[in-house]
Structure formats: structure tokens, C-alpha cells
Write a protein that binds this ligand. Sequence first.
Ligand code: NAD
Ligand code: TDX
Length: 341
Amino acid sequence: MRKVFVTGGAGFIGSAFVKLLLDESDDWFITNFDALTYAGNLENLTGLDENRHHFIRGDIADRDAVTQALENDCEAIVNFAAESHVDRSITSADDFLRTNVTGTQILLDAARAKGVKRFVQVSTDEVMGSLPEDDASFFTEDSPFAPNSPYAASKAAAEHLVRAAHHTFGLDTVVTRCGNNYGPRQFPEKFLPLAIANAMNDQTIPVYGDGMNVRDWIYVEDHCRAILAVMEKGKPGRVYNIGARNPRRNLEVVQSLLDALGKPHSLLRFVTDRLGHDRRYAIDPSLIEAELDWRPRETWASGLAKTIAWYRENNRWLENTRSGAYRDYYRLQYGTEVNAS
Ligand code: NAD
Ligand code: TDX
């Protein structure tokens, strides 16, 4: 068995990656290390093969817990664990620094101490800041760092620590930088599942500013296949941008959703803009396409249809995540109540 230590595997992308690994080959044994914050959900992991997947509740910023959980002879650490929501980082950056920065360094130290063969850091396009609105520029692997939110700054800091571990200690590291993921099991603080949940409940959808901000959208399984390709075939020390060549304005995203759900555009509400809101992200994925022969499988239409179908069929999952603390978060963030069905 090839051992992989996945952190944050009870979250949105991490759980999709765990499922993909288990589906792709019988060779993998996964230790899934996750603190189960508000974003972690054991319901995301139901039905997995217990002979090949072992869940440990633990915090990547807790050195002793990491040292205890990480076995020798691991093929790779794949680090998904993070505080991941930009709006929460604007309210308070404390948890972002602890998990995203300190946690990453603790994992890097543990990887060296236990002889882990490869360290995969799951990063984000947001470390490169915002592109100009009116040109056709894209982020490449050589784009300069320019993080604009506390979240992006914490992910940029983590990338610097990964780079330093490679340069100083010769640790085999690879970094992936992806854009906006969508798909099943995404926590409904993020724009797309929030919009789906609200629309399904005939509640208005808050669109920040003028709705003309551009995000580059990718179906979560396509992102996970790219991470797997980088884990298995990426060059040591390299950064790989991941994108499906699918940049879209937020307004267009909501309108497509409402059309697909058969709901009126009158559900759309412009609200006060996010502080420091990045205007445009667009990713050039040429390197991973050429070097690792990776391509996305889903189109925007097919990915969106699958996503909507999943939320329709999993209303219980959605309403569980929208209960309790989510209601307090929503009230604080939007000044209105969650109107569950
Ligand atoms: P998520 O918020 O859905 O899940 C994060 C997971 O990490 C949760 O299960 C949570 O319990 C766990 N976690 C948080 N703090 C932890 C800690 N201290 N120790 C152990 N576990 C902890 O996030 P996501 O959207 O699945 O994102 C996963 C990764 O991908 C993050 O590193 C994020 O920066 C990156 N990323 C996300 C996107 C996106 O569109 N969602 C795009 C690019 C990159
Ligand atoms: O209520 C909202 N209204 C709105 O207009 C929310 C929550 C968001 N938005 C806008 C802000 C963004 O322009 O929609 C866009 C997408 O917002 P988010 O889902 O919060 O994602 P974003 O800020 O773009 O960051 C995401 O992509 C990069 C992930 O959350 C990060 O983890 C990832 O690194």
C-alpha cells in the first residue's frame, strides 16, 4: 500500500480528493487528518472503505498531534487544511495565520522528520492578487505575488515556507494554484452553494458590488485530478497553475444558476461590496496541460448541472450545514436571517 497523509480531507476539496484516490486505485492507504472546524464535516466521508481510509481528528498547528499521527514511509503529504473563506479573514485573520501559516510549517517540519517523499501544497490563484479588468492577461506560474486579502496573504506566506523547505532542506515539494472550485459538498458560505441554497429557498442572493468581478471556475473533481497528476508526476520544487479556461463574471454565474433552477432573476440583490474585493482572476493552465497532460473533463454546463443535481438530491446535507452557527455567521455577514425551507 502507498501511504498518503491528507490534511483537511473532511472539507469540500479534500473530501473529493480522498474519494478520487480511493476510486482511482486500490494501492492507496489514506490517513485523513482534519480538525473538523465549522467547514469540516464527517458526512462528507460516509461510505468510504475503512481498510484504505483512516480518519484522525487533529489540528495541523498542533505539533505533537501531527508528529503522532504521521507515520514513516509516507509517499506524500497533501495539505488541504486551511481556513478558506475570504470574508471570514476580513472579520478576523487569527485562525488564518494559525492554520494556514503555522500549520503549514509544522507539516513541513514533520515531513522532513519522518522522511515523507513529497509535500503537496494546495494553494490558490489569490496569492497573485487581481488582474486588470480590461485586458486579456492571465496568471502564469511566473506572475508576481500580490495577495490582497488576509486569506490570500496567509496562503502566500504558506507558499513561501514551502519554497524555503525545498531550497534550504531539499524537501521534495510541489505547489498547485487553482481558481474557484464548485461542485458537491461545498460549504454554503462560498458564493455558488450560497446562491443555490438561497435560490432553492426563494431567498434573495447577495451579489457584492456591481457583480462584474471575474472568477475562473473549475469543477472540483477536475481540480483533484490535477492535484493527483502533480503529486505523481510534477517536478520537484515546481508550481503548477490549475484552471479550466472558464473565467466568468459573478452576475453571469448567478443568472445561469437561476435559469437552471427555474427561478426569477428578481432574486438577485446587489449588496455592499467586499472590502478589497479582487476584480479579476484568470488562469493560464498551459504548463500543467503540456507537462503533465492534464485536461478538465467537465464543461461549465456539465459541471453546473451535476452540482445543482447534487444539492437538490442532498437537501438534508445542505440544511444541516445551514443550521446552528451558520445562522449567526449569515446574520453578521449579510444583516439578514437564513430563511431555510
Ligand atoms: P474548506 O474550508 O471546505 O475545508 C477546509 C478543511 O480543513 C475542513 O475540513 C477543516 O475542518 C479543515 N481544517 C481547518 N483548519 C484545520 C486545522 N488547523 N487542522 C486540520 N484541519 C483543519 O476548504 P476547501 O474549499 O476544501 O479548500 C481546501 C484547500 O484548497 C484550502 O487550502 C484552500 O486554500 C485551497 N483552495 C480552495 C479553493 C476553492 O475554490 N475552494 C480554490 C483554490 C485553493
Ligand atoms: O455572498 C457573496 N456574494 C458575492 O458576490 C459571496 C460569498 C461572494 N460573492 C463574490 C465574491 C467573489 O467575487 O463571488 C465571488 C466568489 O466568492 P467566494 O465564493 O467567496 O470565493 P473567492 O473569494 O473568489 O475565493 C475562492 O476562490 C479561491 C475560495 O473561497 C478560496 O478558498 C480560493 O482560494
